[in-house]
Design a protein around this ligand. Structure first.
Ligand SMILES: Cc1ncc(COP(=O)(O)O)c(C=O)c1O
Length: 446
């Protein structure tokens, strides 16, 4: 049996659902990252750090709601808050106290947040942040960084992981307004001087694709200081890192104060939601001007902004994670995972690295170097190796093999929650060993 034939044989119900889905959903999926050949797994339910697929397998889950679930699935206090809200109404079409509590929690926890505006997703948050920056500075140009992912609206898809090169369907004028650069201050200075129209710089706080390609030491501080000196709005995208790296995100760890921060995922406790938070002076452009005062107002409707369900769950979640205990636990477990997986690579003599920051781990089975230690600061690993990544077929088969052995990865990566256990990690490390052996047996590691 091959890895793929085992996967197909184990998952007949997922295969059946995928065939049905493909009639009504393009490529059978609702998020590009869930697309997988020969077919993705279909989940039936989840609890804590585990989920079950429709063929009855219990999987240790490292997708964790695309990073939204620092507390795992169905965390009791969050679930109770959502249930209590559900019966009181899910949309009042009116302001409500819960959105104030939610905003107060963000202001308390995120160091640079003075005021907050809620959106329905991270994509909407980065869209709003850029529009606020253009309004505040009067300059239309934007700098983003190569492969940094900020959602899927027109201004951020150039050179992101979902659309290398010219992204389909985006007007050239929009693409021309965005410069995509390396994480290199000389490039930034040059682009700002040459273009003369840069109003905003946006960065994924821990690096491209949530720290797949880490940010060099000192770069955030240099970028922040440069933006301040040039009057450019500095936007830290903390959609993944916010509330996960530390309660106050990367900005808390690095001591950097952006003008605007974009948030989503953990923000809403596992429900849809996003936010822009930041400096009052920039955020003021969302305010209605006083009568008789002429001021540029950024319009912002959105049917589900701060909907009661997300606000209720999000507030409880943020209060729960505010003291850093959950982040520390999830981070400790991810470190155990990286060490265990690197240990297996050492033992089997397979070149590659398992690396990552905070509660994440990235799987890179490539290159020529067998790891000698069990954990690495990704900033010390060869940049080119990380940037080239793994051969696509190897990555695909590893994901299938890991599922065959009881763990669901998020692509070639994963995130821990605070409710994973040492036993979960041990089970996954054993599954990792078996997966590598399966890959080797298929001649995929040569
Ligand atoms: C750093 C970053 N920014 C923005 C987004 C977009 O958020 P959403 O999927 O909620 O639109 C994502 C999504 O993964 C992200 O990782």
């Amino acid at each position: 049996m091959t890895i793929e034939s085992t996967y197909v044989e184990r998952n007949p119900e997922s295969a059946r659902l995928y065939a049905r889905a493909s009639n009504v959903l393009p490529s059978g999926v609702t998020h590009d990252s869930r697309f997988m050949r020969p077919f993705p797994l279909y989940a039936s339910h989840a609890a804590g750090a585990h989920k079950w697929d429709v063929d009855g397998h219990e999987l240790v889950d490292y997708v964790m709601g695309h990073g939204a679930l620092l507390l795992g699935h169905n965390y009791p206090s969050v679930t109770e808050a959502a249930q209590a809200q559900l019966v009181k109404g899910t949309h009042y079409g009116a302001s409500q106290e819960k959105e104030i509590e939610w905003a107060e929690a963000v202001v308390r926890i995120v160091p640079s947040a003075e005021v907050v505006r809620f959106t329905s997703s991270g994509t909407e948050a980065t869209l709003m942040a850029l529009r606020l920056a253009r309004t505040y500075t009067g300059k239309p140009g934007v700098i983003k960084f190569d492969r940094h992912f900020h959602g899927w609206h027109d201004y951020v898809v150039a050179n992101s992981k979902y659309s290398a090169g010219a992204p389909a369907g985006v007007p050239q004028a929009t693409l021309d307004s965005v410069s995509v650069l390396d994480l290199d201050m000389d490039q930034v200075r040059q682009a700002v001087a040459t273009r003369g129209d840069i109003g905003a710089i946006i960065i994924e706080s821990a690096g491209a694709s949530s720290a797949l390609l880490p940010v060099p030491r000192g770069f955030l501080q240099a970028l922040s200081a440069f933006c301040r000196s040039e009057g450019i709005v500095f936007i830290m995208d903390e959609v993944v890192t916010g509330f996960r790296w530390a309660p106050g995100g990367v900005q808390e760890i690095e001591g950097v104060t952006p003008d605007l921060t974009t948030l989503a995922k953990i923000l809403a406790g596992g429900f849809p939601g996003g936010a822009v938070a930041g400096r009052r002076e920039v955020m003021e452009h969302l305010r209605f001007p006083e009568p008789g005062v002429k001021a540029a107002k950024v319009g912002h409707p959105g049917t589900f902004n701060a909907n009661p369900l997300s606000a209720a769950a999000g507030t409880v979640c943020l209060n729960e994670i505010a003291d850093g205990t959950h982040q520390r636990r999830a981070t400790e477990l991810a470190a155990q995972m990286r060490a265990g997986m690197n240990g297996v690579l050492c033992e089997l003599g397979i070149p590659g690295f398992i690396y990552g920051e905070a509660s994440e781990f990235k799987v890179l089975v490539a290159g020529t170097q067998v790891p000698e230690a069990q954990d690495y600061d990704p900033r010390d690993l060869p940049w080119k190796l990380l940037a080239d990544g793994m051969p696509g077929e190897r990555s695909r088969l590893l994901q299938l093999a890991m599922a065959n052995h009881g763990s669901h990865l998020f692509g070639a990566a994963g995130m821990t929650s605070s409710v994973h256990t040492e036993a979960d990690i041990a089970r996954t490390v054993e599954g990792w060993r078996s997966s590598l052996q399966d890959l080797r047996a298929e001649g995929q590691l040569d």
